[in-house]
Design a protein around this ligand. Sequence first.
Ligand code: C2E
Ligand code: CA
Ligand code: CA
Length: 512
Amino acid sequence: MPAARNPRRSSTFRLITIAASGMGSFVLGLWVLRLGLGNNVGDMSGDAISAVIAALCALAASIAAMSFFAGVDESADFVFNETHFDKLTGLLARPAMVGKIAEAASSTARTGKPMFLIDIDIDRFKQINDAIGYSNGDALIRAFTARLKAALPRDMVIGRIGAGEFAILYPDQMLRCSLDTLIGRLIHDLMRPYQLPSHQQSVNVSIGVVAMPKDGYDPVVLLRRSNLALQNARASGIGDWAVFQPEMGRVADHRRWIESELHGAFERGDFDLHYQPQLDLTSGRVVGYEALIRWRHPERGMIPPVEFISVAEETGMIAPIGEWVLRKACTDARLLPEDCFVAVNISPVQFMTRDFVGIVERIIKDTGIEPKRLELELTESAMMQDRDRAASILKQLTAMGISVAVDDFGTGYSNLAYLIDFSFHKLKIDRSFVSRMETDSNSGAVVSTIVGLSRALGVRTIAEGVETETQATLLRAAGCQEVQGYFYGRPAPLSLGDPALTQGTEGIAHLH
Ligand code: C2E
Ligand code: CA
Ligand code: CA
C-alpha cells in the first residue's frame, strides 16, 4: 500500500513557507539593528554585528526547527489516520487489522485463552459493485458495516480487509452462545436485503473461521487460513460458513490450478456440451434437453463443472464460456427433435453483465433458433442480486418469447414474495428434496407445497435428480409435471446426425 501523502504539505506550500521565513528573518534582522543602534550600525564592532546576526539566525533556526517538528507530528498523525482506518467505514484498515491479529495471537500464546478470527466476505462483491455503480456500492458497504457492528458486542475488533471482506477478532470467553449460533445469526442478519438509494439489494455472504492459537500465530498465515475456510464455505453453497481444516490447502491449490488452466482450455476448445432429457411425467415424452458443460482436460481428463464454474465466475472467464455455451446450445438445437426445447444454465454473474439481453438477442438471430425453443435456467440468487434490474431483464426475455426456469428452487431464499415481481415459466425443484422424498416426509411436503405454489402462480414444475421409480411415483402423486434425472437418462454427448455415435450407448439418440 503506498504511503499516504499529506495534501496540506505540497511542494508549493513548502517553497512559499521557506521563502517567507527567509525574507521575514532578513527584515526582522534589519529592523532590530536599526531599532537598537539607530544609524550607528557603522560604528559597531565586527564582533557585535556577528553576535546580533548569529542570535537572529539561532532564533530563525529554532523557529524553523519547531515548525518542522510540528509538521512532522501532524504528518505522522495524518499518515496514521489514513492507513490505520478505512475511510469508508471507519473500521480498522487491513494493515492495522494485521497488527491486531498479531497482538491477539501473541496474547493467546501467553494466556492460553483462545480467540477466533472470523473472516466474512460478500460473494461476488466486485461484480455487484460494477453492476450497481460505485456510489451504490459504497452505500452497500456502509449499511453492511452498520449491521455487522449492531450484531456484535460493542468493543469487538473489526476490520475491513478487502473491498467486500471483513475480519473480526472474537475472544472465546465473550461467546454467550455456541460459535454455531453466533455465526448463524450473523449470516441471517447480514443477508437481509439492503435498502440503497436507488433499489433494494440482496447479498450472499460466506464466512471462514480460524482459532488461535490452534491454527497458528503468524497473522498472514491466519488470514490465509481463514480465507481458505471462507472459499470452502463459498463452494458449498449460499450463506455457508466453515472452520479451517488443514486439507483445505489442497483444495485451494486445485482451484489455483484451474484458474491458471481455464483460459488455455477455452482457447484450445476443451469444452463440450452434454444433454440430459427432460420428460413430461404424464405422457413420458421427452420435451426438452438441459445443456450441461463438460471440460475434458488433455492430461487430467474430465473436470466436473462444480469445480470450475465458480472459478470462472470469480475470474470473469464465465462471460466468454457462458456465451459459448449459449451459442453452441442454440446451434445444437437444430439437431434435436423440433418439438423439444433446449435448456441452458445461466450463471448469476453472466445474468448481471450489462448487455446480457443484447447477447441473447444476437445469438438467437445468428443461430436462427425459434425463441420458444430456448429455456434459460436461472437460480434464485441471480434474480435476487438487484431485483428491479432482474425483473426488467426477465420481462425483456419473456417478451422475446424465451422461457425461464428457476433452478435449484427451494435452496435459496425463504422469502417468496419476490416471485410475484418476476416473469418466469417454471420452478425446478432442487435435487436435495427429490432424493430425500422416499425417507423424509418433510421433503415430500416441500415438494407438494412447491407444486401448489407453482399452480397458484400459473407456472409449471419440473423435478431434477430423479433416480428411482418410487421417486417418480411420489412426484406424480404430488402433481409435478416434468422430470429429469438418471432414472430417465444421464447427460450424454449430442450424437444425432452422427451415425457412428448414434449406435453407442453414450449418445442421446437412444433415449427416445
Ligand atoms: P444443475 O443445473 O443443478 O444441473 C444438474 C446437475 O445434476 C448436473 O450435474 C447433472 O449431471 C446432475 N444430475 C442430473 N440428474 C441427476 C440424478 O439423477 N442424480 C444425480 N446425483 N445428479 C444428477 P453437472 O453436469 O455436474 O452440473 C453441475 C452444476 O454445474 C449444474 O447444476 C449447474 O449449476 C452447473 N453447470 C453445468 N453446466 C453449466 C453451464 O453450461 N453454465 C453454467 N453457468 N453452469 C453450469
Ligand atoms: Ca440447471
Ligand atoms: Ca440443481
